[in-house]
Design a protein around this ligand. Sequence first.
Ligand SMILES: NC(=O)c1ccc[n+]([C@@H]2O[C@H](COP(=O)([O-])OP(=O)(O)OC[C@H]3O[C@@H](n4cnc5c(N)ncnc54)[C@H](O)[C@@H]3O)[C@@H](O)[C@H]2O)c1
Length: 356
Amino acid sequence: MPPVFDQASGHEQVVFGHDRDTGLKAIIAVYSTALGPGLGGTRFYPYAHESDALRDVLNLSKSMAYKASLAGLDLGGGKAVIIGDPKVDKSEALLRAYGRFVQSLNGRYYTACDVGTYSEDMDIVARECQFVTGRTVEHGGAGDSSVLTAYGVFQGMRAAAEVAWGTPSLTGRRVGVAGVGKVGHHLVEHLLDDGAEVVVTDVYEPAVDRVVEAHPEVDVVDDNDALVRSDIDVYAPCALGDAINDESAQLLKARIICGAANNQLAHPGIEDVLEARGVLYAPDYCVNSGGLIQVADELEGFWFERARTAATKIFDTTKAVFEVAATEGVPTAVAADKIAERRMEQVGRLRSVWLR
Ligand SMILES: NC(=O)c1ccc[n+]([C@@H]2O[C@H](COP(=O)([O-])OP(=O)(O)OC[C@H]3O[C@@H](n4cnc5c(N)ncnc54)[C@H](O)[C@@H]3O)[C@@H](O)[C@H]2O)c1
């Protein structure tokens, strides 16, 4: 399906940037600035076609707007993609050319790290641009955002446990973590501290080894499929998107789904299947907003404790999503969208009230 950028897509602005000498080809999409400047990372990825890059940046910028709104941040939603192979094409000149492109939007879009970009890259982008976050600790940045992402996912899981089992605790529950990379391995630690049994899987063996060396009590299964079919109480997708497809939605034994991965539901309608099977889905962008909260805090001068306190509120936000789902009789994924849309509408409307 070709990407659509029109009235129906709802995006405010999509800008293509090109610099022939450095080979920069980038697209910035701003979905909404109703609540503040659009903030979202820069994905540096070798897209096969420009249309794939456009589709990705349109989807991702919209998700960022919803994530920021639900997290209660004064930020809109934006995202950028650089088309190319970061291992081959990334250079100081290209990143600085990209910085000038971001600067040209004059603060309507703030950038940060995403797949293929790192805090060190953001330091280079910032030499040409004021609107950069996700920077290195040496430059006042927050460093690795996976710490608070994992913490926030854990808070969301506690909220789900309270709804499912009447107590916000994972003690004695068996939790399956699919993907023990940056976020997943921190999540395992929170779970073990809380007294959960943990079973993990990852396609990258060293990632599993790292967890098992540190925590020999953790069980391992061969692959995601085995994890989904196993006797677990909670399934935590922490690898890639589309973890819940038609098949896994039917097979899953867990009572709760709560993980860090973005875009966990493979297509619209899966939320209804989960609902019908009595699986409580903690919406991905609700529980994984800790990283966004962390980089957003940087805009005020990063203070870990303040950011952590904000990420703790993911517990309340997740519960509010479950409450709206129950009172309005909609799946939890729909409830999250409704809350995010209402805030964009209600708070965003105030911008139309003229003030000197
Ligand atoms: N890092 C953050 O702050 C952050 C914030 C919000 C959302 N997320 C999302 O959380 C997820 C994990 O992010 P991360 O930073 O930990 O990434 P990561 O690359 O460090 O870890 C992902 C892990 O998943 C593994 N994996 C890949 N495919 C797999 C499969 N089919 N089965 C099992 N394991 C598989 C990889 O080997 C890797 O170890 C991603 O979807 C990311 O978009 C991350």
